[in-house]
Ligand binder design. Structure first.
Ligand code: HEM
Length: 417
């Protein structure tokens, strides 16, 4: 039998990350009910939002991608994932889960421990990023000297942006501890972190999973390479679009718009390359990617629109991207790697996510005012329960998956029981 620790680890991490997704989705739903019905259970809704976003980023998408990258690289190299990659994946998941309660109850506020005063949430998030670095070292060991088809190059770019994003997070801590004046640098560092994380690490990582095993014909190799470089260059500067317009000089605004447009063009090329060969499970995430591309292109080329000045549209875009493309992409990758666990829960997840994203449309400025009303905030709250229920269903279906003993010999990372 293949390495037992890898088999157990694959199943345990998969369950752990979906537990995190379900709790984070329930936290998002709680925020919506809080806003609609005035329920807060003594919690500050700003902290509820922080707990939601941190759990999604640190305990759902990141360890899930770590796991799936390990699996795909093991299948490609025929070598098990290095112990450091495995350990870092588990550490990232555990630390991500542990930071949830501090974020929920105290947010970024420091706790007085008698001998020192510090924000526990930030300390745990810092430790979490050390696990990311551990993962990168393991990844470099795993990929040393191997061929680099498109999916490995996408993973390389993803991890590069993850490291760059973490530098933004350290930058914020340094600026705060040095008590530097002004808002330009803290804002720039915040966007460096958030945007390199979601537009770099998550986007490239999930595209890499989608590209695994897809042969790129000789005549499309150059297009794929050009699309990858356009995406990398565009992502490097487009974070400026998220900063308040008053903090971005006119030439930097032009650069940001060029970067956003390059990203959009690079994504269209990637979609054209991957769409036809992608299995059915990828069609829904790819459809959300199309929505993202359209949004990105409009924001980049329309002179009167500046990204950070839009609120409802931003929440819609963030969720079309992070929930529709990234999260459903991860569920699609689970279904491809572990088909025996793909028992219908993923289809319910797709439907629930489509409804959640649709429910955000009335919160945007392009929704006709004649159709607005208080119903919108109630609808958005009730619809938010869908992914929570689908997450619970997914967890029960992982448990019900066909026992490995009754199947053909397991490959790396398959279920042990
Ligand atoms: C599963 C269903 C989800 C629900 C019900 C949900 C709900 C919410 C809610 C209620 C907010 C606060 C909106 C506001 O301030 O008005 C929010 C913000 C946010 N969510 Fe989600 N969310 C979901 C999935 C996700 C996922 C999968 C991710 C990332 C992987 C994510 C990342 C974010 C981010 C980054 C923000 C902050 C946006 C901002 O203020 O700039 N969410 N979400």
């Amino acid at each position: 039998m293949e390495n037992t620790y890898e088999i157990r680890y694959g199943r345990a991490v998969r369950i752990g990350v979906v537990v995190a997704f379900t709790i984070a989705a329930a936290t998002g739903a709680f925020f919506r009910f809080g806003a609609a019905y005035g329920i807060s259970a003594g919690l500050d809704l700003t902290n509820v939002r922080h707990a939601h976003t941190h759990l999604m980023h640190f305990a759902w998408v990141t360890p899930a991608l770590f796991l799936l990258i390990n699996v795909r690289l093991s299948q490609w190299t025929k070598r098990p994932a290095p112990g450091l990659s495995v350990l870092s994946t588990v550490a990232a998941l555990v630390l991500g889960l542990v930071s949830y309660l501090p974020f929920l109850f105290v947010g970024y506020a420091p706790l007085d421990l008698g001998f020192a005063s510090m924000p526990p949430s930030v300390v745990i998030a810092g430790l979490n990023m050390l696990a990311w670095y551990g993962y990168v070292v393991g990844y470099l060991q795993h990929t040393k000297g191997i061929d680099r088809p498109l999916f490995v190059s996408l993973f390389d770019a993803a991890l590069l942006f993850m490291v760059l994003a973490s530098l933004g997070a350290w930058g914020i801590s340094i600026i705060v501890s040095l008590r530097l004046e002004g808002i330009l640098w803290p804002t720039a560092m915040t966007h460096l972190f958030l945007d390199y994380f979601s537009e770099g690490w998550l986007l490239f990582g999930v595209l890499g999973l989608a590209a695994y095993g897809i042969p790129i014909p000789e005549n499309k190799q150059k297009i794929a390479a050009a699309a990858l470089w356009m995406l990398i260059a565009g992502t490097a500067v487009s974070f400026l679009l998220g900063m308040p317009k008053s903090l971005v000089s006119a030439p930097a605004q032009v650069l940001a718009r060029i970067g956003g447009s390059m990203m959009a063009v690079g994504l269209v090329a990637m979609l054209l390359i991957l769409w036809r060969s992608a299995t059915g499970a990828w069609r829904v995430p790819f459809s959300f990617l199309v929505i993202k591309v359209v949004g990105l292109f409009i924001v980049s080329v329309t002179p009167l629109i500046w990204w950070s000045e839009l609120f409802g549209e931003r929440i819609l875009y963030i969720h079309a991207n992070l929930l529709g493309f990234v999260s459903l992409g991860i569920f699609a990758a689970f279904a491809t790697v572990w088909p025996q666990s793909d028992t219908g829960a993923r289809l319910w997840m797709n439907r629930a996510v489509i409804l959640v994203v649709l429910s955000l449309v009335p919160l945007t400025s392009f929704w006709p005012s004649a159709l607005r009303g208080p119903w919108m905030i109630y609808a958005v709250a009730w619809v938010a329960l869908g992914p929570v229920i689908a997450g619970l269903y997914f967890l029960t279906s992982v448990r019900r998956a066909v026992p490995a003993a009754k199947r053909t010999p397991p490959g790396p990372f398959e279920d042990a029981v």
